[in-house]
Design a protein around this ligand. Structure first.
Ligand SMILES: Nc1ncnc2c1ncn2[C@@H]1O[C@H](COP(=O)(O)OP(=O)(O)OP(=O)(O)O)[C@@H](O)[C@H]1O
Length: 259
């Protein structure tokens, strides 16, 4: 497959996600109707779209959890549809997923939550190596002192941070954030936005950030794409999209509060 070029940011590198002509339907419901998307190394891209527009379906296709009906999908130089189960698992280890609800194991301490994906996926690590990897991930999210806490003892913002630390523990090349600021107050949301930017800088991750939060999109993303009726509107910097004449974009922006 020919890779598309990245233009938006002069500092950004080669494409790490390249999607062309992607279609997905469920029965008579046509969700994705010819999606093209390129995400470059070190780039943060926000995917906006109203509820039910297909953002999660797109993410699931990217990580191989759903098969597209048509189209090509290249992730980290792998043609996803050609991978067998083992190869898909290997690819997924290079992708960090920050879930909307943080998805921590309630019966495990913060330390155990972070150590778990590491010991499951990397063989022959010493106890000391696991401890130092957990410590580094906790430090990256500013919660080094919370290793012994249980998830129930953390605030919503702290749980989000731990969820991000867990996604970072395997040093992913791509981060997928699903509504990273949902349910958080404006100050905590701003802290999470800052953390997303720190992760991008420190780990040089490329990210897709699914969000309804326009402040999050504005403050964390190099580029914004908007999913409308199964297709992406032309992408651009946040300000370009904000200033557009397109009525669907204007409606979306009018309905979503921006600070
Ligand atoms: N496995 C599935 N089987 C049938 N329909 C599905 C399946 N997964 C998603 N859908 C449908 O596809 C559409 C898009 O769903 P999706 O979860 O991607 O929306 P979304 O944009 O992420 O919404 P939200 O912002 O509310 O999370 C919805 O109508 C949903 O019901």
């Amino acid at each position: 497959m020919q890779k598309s070029k990245c233009k938006p940011d002069k500092n950004k590198g080669e494409p790490v996600i390249s999607i062309q002509g992607l279609y997905k339907s469920f029965g008579t419901l046509d969700v994705l109707k010819g999606i093209d998307l390129t995400v470059c190394e070190g780039e943060n891209v926000a995917v906006l779209g109203k509820s039910g527009s297909g953002k999660s379906v797109l993410i699931k296709i990217i990580v191989g959890l759903l098969k597209p009906d048509k189209g090509t999908l290249n992730v980290l130089e792998k043609e996803v549809e050609e991978l067998n189960g083992k190869e898909l698992d290997e690819l997924r280890l290079r992708i960090g997923f920050s879930f909307q609800g943080s998805a921590l194991y309630d019966s495990m301490s913060v330390f155990e939550n972070l150590a778990f994906p590491l010991t499951m996926n990397v063989k022959h690590l010493t106890k000391k190596e696991v401890e130092s990897a957990v410590e580094e991930a906790l430090e990256a999210v500013g919660l080094k002192d919370k290793a012994e806490r249980m998830p129930a003892e953390l605030s919503g913002g702290q749980r989000k941070r731990i969820g991000i630390a867990r996604a970072l523990i395997l040093k992913p090349e791509i981060m997928l954030y699903d509504e990273p600021t949902a349910g958080l107050d404006p100050i905590t949301s701003a802290e999470i936005n800052e953390l997303i930017n720190e992760v991008q800088e420190k780990y040089n991750t490329s990210s897709i950030i699914i969000t309804h939060d326009l402040t999050c999109a504005k403050n964390t993303c190099n580029r914004v794409v908007m999913l409308v009726e199964g297709k992406f509107l032309p992408s651009g910097k946040f300000e370009e999209l904000f200033g557009t004449d397109n009525q669907q974009v204007k409606d979306f922006f009018n309905y979503n509060f921006i600070q």
